[in-house]
Design a protein around this ligand. Structure first.
Ligand SMILES: [Zn+2]
Length: 472
């Protein structure tokens, strides 16, 4: 172990409340064996030897900073009013079981609703149910007034990221509204998140397919072709060159779109980011042709198989900044038997499996390094969304959010092993080579594989996010 890792902020000789002993500690810049001392919910020491009043023998385990999932939808409803399978209590139970210690969910103000009012209600909902810490992004509805004042008011409350859409009736911003949203967020040093697909083309193709009776799930993918994502990304990047600010593309699903974002990043002073999701790396569009194809409907859609390895290469190269799940599962029964793909509620689950999937299919297969995994799932989301240095790292002073993985434990993923409310998973039967043994949130064991979830609903804290800090 190199000497600079040996840092203790407690006087030597004093004991931490909890010591995690002998784990292989993974960070974005290196991996080393160390003991982790935890007191008062924080990491107080990272050293060759740390003793604790309680000690957890972690020899043979890998310690990562608790995963930050920057993109989840819990306790929400689809466009047709179907409630998501997971509320905050059930979704964060799966999160804890999957090594996730922070989620970022969404406030969705109704058109004309006061943003602060929507924020307070949503924060209360999340605070009632969440077992782990949470932050909130705020969706910007279409129409209405310039959001500048509302954005400024929310930034003062610790909501510093805002989501805009270029698709979906009632949500899709027109070009001027998008410009105005970018201007409002840039003025506050906030992040503008964008769901980029050209809505007019998607809506037109959906109408054409439905009118001629092409209603099977695969037509969902055909109605949202890759060029719609690329075109919407290109248009937003052009605007961003004029307006500036932080621009974060959610759930980017194609190499072409990532390449455009990556090219922009290479310009001096770039502030653009790309998120992808496990489903775009692991599931191909052919799933939509199977007997339960409707279970795989999400937007952007799953892509042709050849796209997956290209996207992995972008992830490995650092062109993708974060992996979020866009966790938004609906019960199987709410999806089946619909007259057309256009009536199926969109969204997949993944919150409980994302870490094991990314480790098993990314790190264990050699597609990405463990350091890259930590950057994608812990450090980068913390930095981009104003949670750094409190979250996203195992280092003295940070919150004691730690996940302990047991390597070389091959098994198959099953929704039956998740404590949440999903009744099926698109990852059922996927191989995993690691197992989450413990998840620790602010020093508290919220998941232990032998005894299950221990964190109670409502123990999670609302995290106010900061603005104006240098990012990656
Ligand atoms: Zn989403």
């Amino acid at each position: 172990m190199r000497k600079e890792w040996v840092r203790a902020v407690r006087p030597s000789g004093s004991r931490a409340e909890l010591a995690i002993r002998g784990a292989l500690v993974a960070g974005s810049r290196g991996t080393f064996t160390a003991d982790i001392g935890i007191s008062g919910g924080r990491i107080v020491a990272l050293a060759e030897e740390v003793r604790g009043e309680r000690e957890l023998d972690a020899r043979g385990l890998v310690a990562l900073p608790g995963v930050i999932d920057p993109h989840v939808h819990l306790e929400d409803v689809a466009g047709d009013g179907t409630p998501t399978a997971d509320d905050f209590a059930s979704g964060t139970a799966s999160a804890a079981a999957g090594g996730v210690t922070t989620i970022l969910d969404f406030i969705s103000p109704a058109p004309g609703q006061d943003f602060l009012d929507a924020f307070r209600r949503r924060r209360a909902e999340a605070a009632r149910g969440s077992r782990i810490d949470f932050g909130l992004h705020c969706c910007l509805p279409a129409g209405g007034d310039d959001p500048a004042a509302a954005v400024a008011a929310l930034v003062r409350e610790g909501v510093t990221s805002f989501k805009a859409f270029t698709v979906y009736e009632g949500l899709a911003l027109d070009a001027f509204e998008l410009f105005r949203a970018m201007r409002a967020t840039a003025a506050q040093g906030a992040v503008l998140m964008l769901h980029a697909e050209t809505g007019e083309i998607v809506d037109g193709l959906v109408r054409e397919f439905v009118a001629r009776g092409d209603v099977r799930p695969l037509y969902h993918a055909y109605s949202r072709p890759a060029f719609c994502e690329e075109a919407a990304v290109a248009e937003a990047l052009a605007l961003h060159r004029a307006v500036g600010g932080d621009l974060y593309f959610v759930h980017v699903s194609t190499r072409a779109a990532v390449d455009r974002i990556a090219a922009e990043k290479r310009r001096p002073g770039w502030r653009v980011f790309a998120e992808t999701c496990p489903q775009y790396l692991l599931l191909a569009e052919d799933r939509l042709t199977g007997p339960q194809g409707e279970r795989y409907i999400c937007s952007p859609p799953l892509r042709p198989r050849g796209e997956l390895e290209l996207l992995w290469a972008s992830v490995a190269a650092g062109d993708v900044d974060t992996v979020g799940t866009d966790h938004c599962p609906f019960p199987a029964a709410a999806r089946s038997g619909k007259p057309s793909f256009a009536q199926v509620p969109n969204g997949l689950g993944g919150l409980g499996f994302s870490l094991e999937l990314m480790f098993s299919h990314g790190v264990a297969t050699g597609r990405i390094t463990i350091e890259r995994l930590v950057a994608l799932m812990c450090e980068n989301p913390a930095r981009i969304f104003g949670l750094w240095p409190q979250k996203g790292r195992i280092s003295p002073g940070a919150d004691a959010d730690v996940v302990l993985l047991k390597p070389a434990t091959p098994h198959r993923l099953s929704v039956r092993d998740l404590p949440g409310n999903e009744d099926y998973s698109v990852y059922e039967g996927f191989e995993s080579t690691v197992q989450v043994e413990y998840t620790i949130s602010r020093g508290e064991v919220v998941y232990d594989r032998r005894t299950g979830v221990a964190g109670e609903p409502g123990r999670g804290w609302f995290l106010g996010q900061r603005v104006g800090r240098p990012v990656l």
